[in-house]
Write a protein that binds this ligand. Sequence first.
Ligand code: FES
Length: 122
Amino acid sequence: MANITFSSPSLAKDVTVYAVAGDRGTILAVAKEHKIPIPFDCQDGECGSCLIEVKQLDAQRTHAISLTEKEKEQLRQLGKITAEEIKNAETSDVAPRFRLACQYIVRDEDIIVSFVGDETIP
Ligand code: FES
């Protein structure tokens, strides 16, 4: 079971979603399913509009961090990841601070996902 808490100025309050087996996909897919307004465009790791900040709540649990080439390149272009962060992710499973919601596959972990967003929910 994964607890994903979405936090954004565009949400009236934080929203926690329980992603269960079979409900697994990308963060963006889970957000859409629960009407969380993470901005997106290409949904393919190429535009950077779905930028999110991810905080792991269980620092004890380490997971293999899978960054696709597209995601690395896009985060690099946005200035949101350093060469050292990429190395740490790939060799030590240290999660980088920023990710792309359309590329991040939800795993068995508790995380806080922050995004800026451009829609305001009343
Ligand atoms: Fe374009 Fe995620 S929606 S990079």
